[in-house]
Design a protein around this ligand. Structure first.
Ligand SMILES: *[C@@H]1O[C@H](CO)[C@@H](O)[C@H](O)[C@H]1NC(C)=O
Ligand SMILES: *[C@@H]1O[C@H](CO)[C@@H](O)[C@H](O)[C@H]1NC(C)=O
Ligand SMILES: *[C@@H]1O[C@H](CO)[C@@H](O)[C@H](O)[C@H]1NC(C)=O
Ligand SMILES: *[C@@H]1O[C@H](CO)[C@@H](O)[C@H](O)[C@H]1NC(C)=O
Ligand SMILES: *[C@@H]1O[C@H](CO)[C@@H](O)[C@H](O)[C@H]1NC(C)=O
Ligand SMILES: *[C@@H]1O[C@H](CO)[C@@H](O)[C@H](O)[C@H]1NC(C)=O
Ligand SMILES: *[C@@H]1O[C@H](CO)[C@@H](O)[C@H](O)[C@H]1NC(C)=O
Length: 309
């Protein structure tokens, strides 16, 4: 018995040590301050304050490579809500921004997710990968998104309660696998309360019984959520995943998950797809409709949904 435990212990050490040694931690302060400069670029409507840009820098917006000067950064935006996490292993950050107006007070409705990646060596920024949603995107209404997001508490997780990177990645992957894998739902660490902010629609009512199971896929034979890119920050119990919703005409998508005590507490989604006939004026049970429609899209043909991106 003892010798078996010992050998298990050695095997565990053997598995952990080389990986721990190989894991170089990037400078959190630096990555955070670059994210600050990125947010300032939106506020100023110009990119001059972005420094240490890599030679091979690439800008991606809604899963397309573009010139960074081609659009969103020409508008000086008033940032109504901002949330940033930092991945010190992947040398990356994720920032969520909610905007209703620009600095001139004109309407500028946007909800933006930004994954920013740095080279481990000189920390130069080589990729800004944005999901930019606006009027017409899935369940879009940035005023409502702002109302719900402002009420949530995404504070730092106490040190001894932080989930591991693996726990966060497994939770996010299990969730995003539900469309294409019938056993994935059982692997999701569902919490209660749990609230999903899907575009501008909230699955909860602020009650202890709130559940994120509202409207989850019942058809597990759909095309997968692929091309996943991760930013993981255990200090906030959070993971950002960008992906492609293949079952929704390859819609670019952002999901951010927050775990508390190892269980799902919050989910925020941004999806670059048409809401079809289901406009933002519809209220609460709408997410149920959403996922049912996705099944319908696959099973019954895309009547009324053919214009989705
Ligand atoms: C991390 O980055 C900050 C901000 O750029 C800098 O002040 C600090 O010296 C860096 N820390 C290390 C250990 O390089
Ligand atoms: C867009 O998504 C597809 C996967 O569906 C991927 O192969 C492609 O590289 C993506 N484009 C960019 C610029 O990331
Ligand atoms: C604010 O938005 C309006 C309308 O789109 C635009 O004309 C104006 O230039 C914007 N202001 C700034 C400072 O970007
Ligand atoms: C740019 O360089 C970084 C490393 O410095 C690398 O990780 C990344 O894949 C490169 N990007 C492209 C688009 O080649
Ligand atoms: C967005 O939501 C706000 C707050 O609920 C509402 O007043 C507004 O009419 C909505 N906007 C649109 C375009 O539906
Ligand atoms: C957020 O949660 C933390 C810890 O759970 C708590 O200390 C803090 O008071 C909360 N903040 C708000 C505004 O509720
Ligand atoms: C389906 O999900 C389960 C639970 O997360 C996982 O163990 C399994 O590997 C997945 N199957 C496939 C084919 O991805």
């Amino acid at each position: 018995m003892h010798s078996r435990l010992l050998s298990v212990g050695i095997a565990v050490l053997g598995a952990l040590l080389p990986r721990a040694a190989a894991e170089y931690e990037c400078n959190r302060t630096y990555i955070q301050s670059f994210a600050d400069s990125y947010v300032e670029a939106h506020e100023n409507g110009q990119l001059n304050n972005l420094e240490n840009i890599a030679d091979n820098f690439t800008y991606i917006e809604n899963n397309k490579t573009r010139e960074i000067t081609s659009g969103i950064f020409n508008n000086a935006l008033k940032i109504a809500h901002r949330h940033t996490i930092v991945d010190t292993i992947a040398c990356a950050s994720f920032t969520e921004l909610i905007i209703t107006h620009n600095v001139s007070g004109e309407p500028a409705p946007y909800v933006i997710g930004a994954q920013i990646r740095h080279s481990p060596g000189d920390l130069s920024c080589y990729l800004m990968d944005l999901i930019v949603s606006t009027t017409g995107s899935w369940l879009f209404n940035s005023t409502k998104t702002l109302e719900y997001a402002s009420k949530e508490n995404w504070t730092l997780i106490e040190e001894d309660k932080r989930p591991s990177r693996e726990t966060l990645k497994n939770a996010a992957d299990a969730y995003l696998d539900m469309w294409s894998n019938s056993t994935a739902e059982a692997a999701v660490p569902w919490g209660q309360p749990c609230d999903r902010l899907e575009g501008s629609v909230y699955t909860g009512r602020g009650l202890p019984t709130d559940s994120c199971k509202v409207g989850i896929p019942t058809n597990h034979n759909q095309a997968p959520n692929s091309h996943r890119r991760y930013v993981i920050d255990p200090t906030y119990g959070s993971i950002s995943v960008f992906c492609i919703f293949e079952h929704l005409s390859n819609a670019p998508d952002s999901h951010e998950f927050r775990l508390e005590n190892g269980k799902l507490r919050f989910i925020h989604t941004i999806t670059l797809a048409n809401s079809g006939g289901f406009g933002i004026e519809e209220s609460a049970p709408q997410p149920v409709v959403r996922y049912r429609k996705r099944e319908g899209l696959r099973r019954g043909g895309a009547v009324g949904f053919s214009k989705r991106i």
